[in-house]
Design a protein around this ligand. Structure first.
Ligand code: COA
Length: 314
């Protein structure tokens, strides 16, 4: 049994295709100015032929490289995705094969909170001694469930993948985590099919989602810090889900954290759902902003609704 679960490597990948706000304004009634002001997003990446598993494979190999771990040494793979490639098998099992691992692998579906749910699950496996090294991935091809004619949603989402290797340690790692769900909000943010064999697209009450996201994520951040006996002064970084710059800054303001301590990647990536937090984390670790020993608060909320947060020392 390990006392802590530590992040020992991160990786990410964005497909090369880019859709800018100006590109969108050629096909739907919108503008770069509207999208930038209301969301902070300037562009998003979009797959061509690549699958969710393809994106996850590259992000995972990058994370394993940084961790110095061979895929054969993984005890578990947990992949969070809203956009699995197939109804079955789990995308995680295809990823297991692609990277040459042989451990158990399963998917988690908690939409934009998926990475937080996956990380928290991985932490439990490590702390109970069931696993030593766990690959936790968020990978999405959201472009496949976006209605590109709907200006209220097409502007928001993007494709990409991020991954971390979580490992058992006596050194400090994850300090506190919490998860929540409230299924009474299904129709506020959902894919609008009735049955699994019907096509559906993202459908959202933008205003309602906005207000709930700010209120739930603000309370979550306050409670998480309180439970860890910390104040926002002890935080080095917030690494939030990248949905909307106005949501992110409202939460940061509520917990009195300056935007200089918040990692923001949505300008170039849009909302990549379960991939957004590990993508932001990897970006800021690789560019040298986040360093070993830093205290991080990661938090996210997603579809109809699930939300959660993880406070960790890197
Ligand atoms: N371009 C131009 N105009 C647009 C538009 C677009 N892409 N989308 C909507 N509009 C229009 C609306 O039709 C409306 O026009 P009206 O006043 O004539 O009726 C006006 O802009 C305002 O729409 P509204 O929905 O009130 O805007 P908003 O300020 O709430 O911003 C979102 C819309 C979607 C950007 C915002 O609500 C949001 O980000 N919500 C959270 C979404 C989210 O993060 N989801 C994922 C959570 S994981």
């Amino acid at each position: 049994m390990s006392k802590f679960a530590r992040i020992i490597g991160t990786g990410s990948y964005l497909p090369p295709g880019i859709v800018s706000n100006d590109d969108l304004s050629k096909t739907i009634n919108t503008s770069d100015e509207w999208i930038t002001t209301r969301t902070g997003i300037k562009q998003r990446h979009k797959v061509d032929k690549e699958t969710t598993c393809d994106l996850a494979e590259i992000a995972s190999k990058n994370a394993l490289d940084m961790a110095g771990i061979d895929a054969k040494d993984l005890d578990l793979i947990i992949l969070a995705t809203t956009t699995p490639d197939k109804i079955f098998p789990a995308t995680a099992t295809m990823l297991q094969n692609a990277i040459g691992a042989s451990c158990p692998a399963f998917d988690i579906q908690s939409v934009c909170a998926g990475f937080i749910f996956a990380l928290t699950t991985a932490e439990q496996y490590i702390k109970t001694g069931m696993a030593k090294n766990v690959l936790v991935v968020g990978s999405e091809t959201m472009s496949r469930i976006v209605d590109w004619k709907d200006r209220s949603t097409a502007i928001l989402f993007g494709d990409g993948a991020g991954a971390v290797v979580l490992s058992g340690s006596e050194e400090t790692g994850i300090l506190h985590s919490s998860l929540f769900s409230d299924g009474s909000y299904v129709s506020s943010l959902q894919v609008n099919n009735n049955y699994i064999n019907e096509t559906g697209f993202i459908e959202m009450s933008g205003n309602e989602v906005f207000k709930i996201a700010v209120s739930r994520l603000s309370s979550l951040a306050e409670e998480t810090l309180k439970k860890a006996n910390m104040s926002s002064d002890d935080l080095d970084w917030m690494v939030p889900h990248q949905a909307n710059i106005r949501i992110i800054s409202a939460v940061a303001k509520r917990i009195k954290t300056p935007m200089s301590k918040v990692i923001v990647t949505l300008e170039n990536q849009g909302n990549t759902s379960a991939a957004s937090i590990p993508l932001a984390l990897d970006t800021a670790i690789r560019d040298g902003r986040i360093k070993k020993g830093d205290n991080l608060l990661m938090e996210g909320i997603g579809g109809g609704f699930s939300w959660g947060g993880v406070l960790a020392q890197l």
